[in-house]
Design a protein. Structure first.
Length: 94
């Protein structure tokens, strides 16, 4: 299963989206979350859900996307997804 990381400007929003996905999947998928201003937190979140199938990172805005792009540029098997945050997270989990 692909790992999922939610990066947001709001820690509360990231945690809420993560909880929604966990609920939708019966806790089979528990996305990691981080705020866009904490690059170490983003790396830790990605590594915590890393799998042989890769990690998909969803963000809530252009500022977060820019930070994530710079963090993942040297990471293998990690992709930034330009989907809307909540809808993308729910689609990725199904």
């Amino acid at each position: 299963m692909v790992g999922l990381t939610i990066v947001s400007c709001s820690e509360a929003l990231a945690k809420s989206v993560s909880a929604l996905v966990a609920k939708d999947t019966g806790s089979k998928l528990k996305p990691a979350c981080a705020t866009h201003i904490n690059t170490d937190g983003i790396i830790k979140a990605i590594n915590s859900v890393s799998s042989p199938h890769g990690v998909l990172v969803l963000v809530d805005g252009t500022e977060a996307a820019g930070t994530v792009k710079s963090v993942i540029e040297d990471m293998d098997n990690v992709r930034l997804c330009p989907a809307p945050l909540i809808e993308g997270a729910r689609a990725a989990s199904s």
